[in-house]
Design a protein around this ligand. Structure first.
Ligand SMILES: Nc1ncnc2c1ncn2[C@@H]1O[C@H](COP(=O)(O)OP(=O)(O)OP(=O)(O)O)[C@@H](O)[C@H]1O
Ligand SMILES: [Mg+2]
Ligand SMILES: [Zn+2]
Length: 458
């Protein structure tokens, strides 16, 4: 018998090599290669072609349409992130930091589906049945037909899945599951990928939606991120800080819905509760008449949300200026500061600049630019932006303010939240646009950063 073949796999990206490497040639990670045994060679017959029982390819027109059948999770913010509920047979990965609420959200979902649709299999490799039960008692699971399985062996989970024919399967977490077919340790990229692939086949074959919990590394990515993200249909991440009671769940990939769609929740003793009005929550603690605070109208997924952008500009004590961005791209901040310095004449060169999006939200759409400029200038000049002013717009390198998508919906949200004035790209103001008809908001279109600052800090 030949000795089992070993390969070395990068634990960051899944790249493989026949020998150990200090640095991954694909993703550049150091010391990320770990020895893994490849699965036993398949039997010789596996190579030979066997006609599938159901025949070959199916005529497109003969395939039954299944668009209508989404399963609700019972939590509307969660349904929203999923693109309108759970798609039967889909494999969804839910990632997040330790203790952020992954098990809580999925146990709540499990309880609802068990009650409304059919039995649910909750397989936990991290917690005993008693631990899950005591959480369930707090969340009010009651006597819903929920099956708990404290198991880390993938083959056992698949067996139970075939036996129970559940309406939903939850695997908490994918990193604790191991397949007997692989000899590497649970949590290694080989195991994680193998387990996810087998669960994908099972989910599709039995048309059972399946959720996988994924732990994230210190850097905030899932262990084996690229490998997993390609396998599953949908990738959701918990965002936000554990210290706050609110939680954000965002779609990073979705084969069945808009990405960057987000759901906002509040963690309570009885579980995660949807936050019906996220704008109100993000603006709740905004200081009145304080310099360095601007309100941004951003669009997250399909929904407009108001967020507070905070900036602090202070004289640098270290000889070199420090620039820190929380919730937005650091490079973007540097670029905007350079534009402000060069095009609007704000001498920020010797100052430390800190910018933060309040509430732990992160925004990566360009419309954030003008709000960042507004907050920084307000702190720099030590002059507050007038109450009731909301801002959005992309800023170009020449200091020009560029149009953004869905301007009318941003204005509507600002208006609903009681804002009376929008400083926005001039190119977005189209009097013929029915979206703006009858708005109570004063719309101030600006063409440049300089012009925007004249209105903001007048
Ligand atoms: N009695 C309680 N009242 C309010 N919140 C609670 C209570 N008990 C737990 N929590 C919240 O639930 C969180 C833990 O949630 P959960 O176990 O779902 O997280 P997780 O993401 O699954 O964590 P892990 O990565 O450890 O599995 C705690 O951080 C806390 O915020
Ligand atoms: Mg958990
Ligand atoms: Zn790599």
């Amino acid at each position: 018998m030949k000795p089992p073949k070993t390969v070395f796999a990068c634990q960051e990206c899944g790249s493989q090599s026949p020998k150990w490497l200090g640095r991954c040639p694909d993703c550049g990670a150091w010391n990320s290669f770990v020895e893994e045994r490849t699965p036993e060679a398949p039997p010789a017959s596996a190579g030979r072609y066997v006609a599938p029982a159901g025949g070959g390819a199916t005529l497109y027109a003969d395939i039954a349409s299944s668009s209508a059948a989404r399963i609700t999770t019972g939590i509307d913010e969660f349904d929203r992130v999923l693109g309108g509920g759970i798609v039967p047979g889909s494999l969804v990965l839910l990632g997040g930091e330790p203790g952020i609420g992954k098990s809580t959200l999925l146990l709540q979902t499990a309880a609802h589906i068990a009650r409304a649709t059919g039995p649910v299999l909750y397989s936990s490799g991290e917690e005993s049945e008693h631990q899950v039960k005591s959480r369930g008692e707090r969340l009010g699971v009651g006597d819903a037909p929920l099956y708990l399985l404290a198991e880390t062996c993938l083959e056992r989970v698949l067996e139970e899945m075939a036996r129970l024919r559940p309406a939903l399967v939850i695997v908490d977490s994918i990193q604790t599951v191991f397949s007997l077919k692989m000899q590497s340790a649970p949590g290694s990229i080989g195991q994680v990928r193998e387990a996810a692939t087998q669960l994908l086949f099972a989910a599709k074959a039995q048309n059972v939606p399946t959720f996988l919990v994924g732990h994230v590394t210190k850097e905030g990515s899932l262990a084996g991120p690229k490998a997993l993200e390609h396998i599953v249909d949908t990738v959701l991440y918990f965002e936000g800080e554990r210290q706050h009671s609110h939680r954000i769940v965002r779609a990073a990939k979705n084969r069945f819905g808009a990405v960057s769609e987000l759901g906002v929740f509040e963690m309570t003793a009885t579980g995660l509760k949807p936050v019906p009005n996220p704008s109100a929550m993000f603006l709740a603690e905004r200081p009145a008449d304080s310099p360095g605070s601007a309100v941004l109208c951003c669009i997250e997924g399909t929904r407009p949300i108001l967020v507070e952008v905070q900036a602090l500009v202070s004289t640098s004590a270290y000889g070199y200026a420090k620039r820190t961005a929380v919730g937005l791209d650091q490079t973007r901040l540097s670029l905007l500061l350079a534009v402000m310095e060069k095009r609007a004449g704000l001498a920020l060169g010797g100052d430390d600049v800190y910018v933060n999006l309040a509430g732990g939200i992160s925004v990566d759409e360009p419309a954030v630019d003008l709000a960042v400029v507004a907050a920084v200038a307000s702190s720099f000049r030590n002059r507050p932006i007038a109450q009731g002013t909301a801002v959005f717009g992309e800023v170009g390198l020449a200091g020009e303010v560029r149009a953004t998508a869905q301007a009318a919906r941003r204005v509507r949200e600002a208006e609903q939240m009681g804002f009376s004035r929008c400083i926005m790209p001039a190119a977005n103001i189209d009097p013929k646009d029915p979206g703006f008809a009858g708005t109570a908001c004063e719309l101030i279109g600006v063409k440049s950063v300089q012009e925007a600052l004249e209105h903001l800090l007048a």
